[in-house]
Every structure is written in structure tokens, then in C-alpha cells.
Write a protein that binds this ligand. Structure first.
Ligand SMILES: Cc1cc2nc3c(=O)[nH]c(=O)nc-3n(C[C@H](O)[C@H](O)[C@H](O)COP(=O)(O)OP(=O)(O)OC[C@H]3O[C@@H](n4cnc5c(N)ncnc54)[C@H](O)[C@@H]3O)c2cc1C
Length: 460
């Protein structure tokens, strides 16, 4: 009865067509891109078109005391959008306008449903770039990537989403609207609320407008692959390049399992016998690019790597496509791919790779490892099948040990995929009890009735 009344009021507030209650509509939102997660059926799906709509939805959620699960494209990899406790799934894809590109202040203002690649295409017309570049750039939304603080392929040189969010409009859990930050480069008014909402995974507020920082697009770039017969050599090359004071825009690794799988998927002529390849891109002004690629070549040679520089834009696109295809390619090998993003200081990449290989051997599992090696952010990907209970038990133990290894090496549970449901049980290892209490205190302060994405990040 309560749900029926809620649905009636939602229809009155945002229009009949923006409120979905058919079984097939609800079922489409029981899961996201994360495997091996619980599912949950929402009571209703709503598709707002404005901040006013979002405000009306949250106000009704409070009135009926039901949760709101905000959703962009559902590509997150930590179970972040799953409606664990019924309630409202709010899909942001129709709030998809780029509101302004301000070339004087180097900012873009967009609604949360804008796809990241679309923002980048729009700013490219002005010779500008929005650097955050997750592998899912063609599907993921600005809102989802701000809420996850996505990283991606350019993190090493350019940083991650939190470095590019200057201002936000947010609908709070009580239905009120707040703005924070803005177009000024400097802003130290009050607490840094922008940073607090970035990466808050839909648990502290609903992002309805984003002011992003833009930078001039680099004049030139050079992209190369380096092929290795030893993964240790590849890992040493990663730290060697940085030690030689070159910070590539992209410094990605793929191990042999990943190389073979991607080659089988895309037929790009990748060296399937190689133990590892690095995809390296340097960018900037042409003279610096030349100099940096020369330095990269020297480090690769010193570590027995075979460097091949892309001769043209098509070859470059092929190399980056190969790296972007790593996850989809591994995913077609078996019904379930469990992908993690444990991250270590970059000097510990060789140790982390060794730890992952030892875990694969110990639990007799196939683990493909690829990722943002220059950031110390690896994606060990376990190829498995949820239906195989014996293997899944080993997978869970393997994941426990991978996170354990990352924390022991001075790293973190998540470089870019967030905590969601998937990593909550490990959070204590990273924060300790007093840290967890502080996280919960923040959640309680901003969402005392636990309306926003309950059951994610921390449980209060
Ligand atoms: C093939 C593939 C490759 C990927 N590569 C990368 C990568 O290289 N780097 C990386 O960092 N990630 C990567 N990801 C993960 C994922 O794409 C990113 O986390 C992405 O930014 C999520 O965007 P989304 O629109 O799909 O958000 P969703 O999955 O819909 O939502 C993610 C989280 O944000 C919250 N949320 C969504 N919109 C809002 C809003 N407006 N206000 C408040 N909260 C909101 C949701 O509640 C949820 O907690 C990859 C995923 C896939 C499937």
C-alpha cells in the first residue's frame, strides 16, 4: 500500500513516463557490472530530467522512508548500484546536457548523465581535454565517475577524477540542494565538501551538476609497446621509467594471460609468447615527447624489453584499444570474471605481481593481470564460474590474500573502483576501528536516516 502511494506521488511529481514499475524494467536494475554480488529488486525505477525532479524524488523517499539508489550507466565494479533494500532506483541518464564550456576559465559544466567520452569530444573542439579516462569512457557517466572517483589510463601523469572536479551541485539526503566549489582555482571556504562528495558512491548526496577542470590538449604524443619475456623485467621497467624522471601519460601492463586473450578477441598481432607487454604513451610539446620516448627506450633496453613505437594514429589507436579490451576480452573466457583493483606504491609493483602469481598458483586459479602499472594500480582478474562452488570458495580466499598483500605492501583496497558492497569486509584492515567510526560519523551526519544507497561503503 505504501509503495502504491509512493508510486502515485512520484508520477504526480515527475510525470507518468519517468516512473517505471513493469517487472522487466525493475529486473534490469537488479545488478550492475560487478560479478558475484547479491541482487535486489527495486520497488520502482525513476528517470529524472532535472534537479527539481531529483529533489522531488528524494523528498518523497524521506516521506515514505525508502532508500534511493542513484545509477548512471551501471558500469561500476563494486556492486555500487544494487538496490539491496528495495526502494527507488534513480537513473540519471536523461540529465545529460553539457551546460557550458568556458574556455576563459578552462571549465566545463555538465549534468551527471553526460557520457565521459562525449564531454571529451565536445571540449576537444576547443583544443582542450578532460583527462580522467576510465576504460569504460564510452559508456560511463560523469556523475557515476565523480561518485566513484574514477581513474583510468591517464592517471599517472594527469591524476584521477578528484583532481578535475572544481564544483558540484548536490541534492542532500534531506532533499535540500547545496552547491560547493566553483570556477575559481583557489577555494578554501569551509570544509572541502567537493572532495567529500567525490568518491562518495551515492551514499552522501546526489550529484546533479558538475563543474570540471579542463586542460589544454597536448600538442604531440608518442605511443609504444614494450615486449618482455619476463614479467619481472616489465615491472622493473615501470619503476625504471619513473626513476629516470619521465612521467608518461599512460603506462599500462598486460600479462601473458591477458595478451593471449586480447589477441584472440581483437587479432591485432600482439606477441602472444611475451610474458608481459607495457603500453606506454608520452605526450606534451614535440621536443619533450621525443626526448621522453628516447629515455623510455633506454630503460626498456636496459631491462631486456623490445620497444615498438606506433607509426601512425591508427597503430596508436590499436594499442590503446588492445589495453581497453583487456577486461571485455577476459570476460568472454568464462561465465564469471572477478576483477580487483588493489593498488600499491609503484615501487612495489614487482612485489605485488609476484604476490598475485603466488596466489594464482596456491589456489590453482587462472588470474590475468593488467592495469595501470605506473599508478601501482593492478587489476588481477580471476577467470571463473559462479556455478562452480568449489572454485568460488578458492576465489574468495584468493581475493582475501590479494587484498592482504596490497595492504601489507603499503597499498589500498581500491585505486579506482570504490568499496560498494564488494570490499566492505576488508575496510577495517585499511582504516582500523577508529577510522571506520569516522567514516560512519560522516555518513550519519549527512544521511542520518540512511536513505542514500544503504549497504554501500559503510553500514550504519
Ligand atoms: C570494461 C570496464 C572498464 C572499466 N575501466 C575503468 C577504469 O579504467 N578506471 C576506473 O576507475 N573505472 C573503470 N571501470 C569502472 C566504472 O566504469 C567506473 O566506476 C565508472 O565511472 C562508473 O560510471 P557509471 O556511470 O557506470 O556509474 P554507476 O555504475 O551507475 O554508478 C557508480 C556509483 O556512483 C553512484 N552514482 C551514480 N551517479 C551518481 C550521481 N549522479 N550522484 C551520486 N552518486 C551517483 C552510484 O550509486 C554508484 O555507487 C570500468 C568498468 C568496466 C565495465
Amino acid at each position: 500500500m505504501v509503495v502504491k502511494d509512493l508510486i502515485k506521488e512520484l508520477r504526480q511529481a515527475i510525470g507518468k513516463n519517468a516512473v517505471k514499475t513493469e517487472k522487466e524494467d525493475l529486473e534490469s536494475y537488479t545488478f550492475d557490472a560487478t560479478p558475484d554480488m547479491p541482487t535486489g529488486l527495486p520497488d520502482v525505477v525513476v528517470i529524472p530530467e532535472s534537479t527539481d525532479h531529483v529533489q522531488a524524488i528524494v523528498t518523497l523517499a524521506n516521506k515514505y522512508n525508502v532508500p534511493v539508489y542513484t545509477r548512471g550507466s551501471g558500469t561500476n565494479l563494486s556492486g555500487g548500484t544494487i538496490p539491496l533494500k528495495k526502494g527507488i532506483v534513480m537513473v540519471m541518464l536523461k540529465m545529460n546536457k553539457i551546460l557550458e564550456i568556458d574556455v576563459e576559465n578552462l571549465t566545463a559544466t555538465s549534468e551527471p548523465g553526460v557520457i565521459i567520452a562525449e564531454l571529451n569530444a565536445a571540449v576537444a573542439e576547443h583544443g582542450l581535454m578532460y583527462p580522467p579516462d576510465p576504460g569504460s569512457v564510452d559508456t560511463a557517466t560523469m556523475g557515476g565517475s565523480v561518485a566513484e572517483c574514477s581513474g583510468g589510463l591517464r592517471g599517472l601523469k594527469y591524476g584521477v577524477t578528484k583532481h578535475y572536479v572544481m564544483g558540484l551541485e548536490v541534492v542532500l539526503a534531506n532533499g535540500k540542494i547545496m552547491t560547493c566549489g566553483g570556477k575559481t582555482v583557489k577555494n578554501v571556504s569551509g570544509y572541502d565538501m567537493v572532495k567529500l562528495f567525490v568518491g562518495s558512491e551515492g551514499t552522501l548526496g546526489i550529484i546533479t551538476k558538475i563543474i570540471s577542470k579542463l586542460i589544454p590538449a597536448p600538442e604531440a604524443r608518442k605511443t609504444a609497446t614494450a615486449t618482455f619475456t619476463s614479467i619481472d623485467d616489465a615491472a622493473q621497467t615501470v619503476s625504471g621509467i619513473i626513476k629516470s624522471k619521465v612521467i608518461p601519460a599512460t603506462l599500462e601492463i598486460m600479462d601473458n594471460v591477458t595478451i593471449k586473450t586480447v589477441e584472440n578477441f581483437l587479432h591485432l598481432g600482439l606477441p602472444i609468447d611475451a610474458e608481459a607487454i607495457l603500453v606506454i604513451e608520452v605526450d606534451g610539446i614535440p621536443e619533450v615527447v621525443e626526448k621522453e620516448m628516447d629515455a623510455v627506450a633506454r630503460v626498456c633496453k636496459a631491462n631486456n624489453g623490445n620497444l615498438k613505437i606506433a607509426a601512425n594514429a591508427a597503430e596508436r589507436d590499436g594499442l590503446l584499444a588492445a589495453r581497453r579490451a583487456a577486461l571485455p576480452a577476459l570476460a568472454q573466457l568464462s561465465p564469471t570474471t572477478v576483477l580487483e583493483d588493489a593498488t600499491v606504491p609503484r615501487s612495489k609493483v614487482p612485489d605485488m605481481i609476484r604476490a598475485i602469481r603466488a596466489v594464482a598458483e596456491k589456489y590453482n586459479l587462472t588470474i590475468g593481470t593488467f592495469g595501470h602499472a605506473g599508478d601501482g594500480n593492478l587489476h588481477p582478474t580471476i577467470i571463473t564460474d559462479e556455478a562452480n562452488t568449489d572454485e568460488m570458495a578458492r576465489v574468495h580466499k584468493a581475493v582475501d590474500e590479494i587484498f592482504d598483500a596490497a595492504i601489507k605492501l603499503g597499498g589500498t583496497l581500491s585505486g579506482e573502483h570504490g568499496i560498494g558492497i564488494a570490499k566492505q569486509k576488508y575496510l577495517l584492515n585499511e582504516f582500523g576501528e577508529s577510522g571506520i567510526e569516522a567514516l560512519k560519523a560522516v555518513k550519519r551526519a549527512l544521511d542520518p536516516d540512511n536513505i542514500l544507497n544503504p549497504g554501500k561503503v559503510v553500514t550504519i
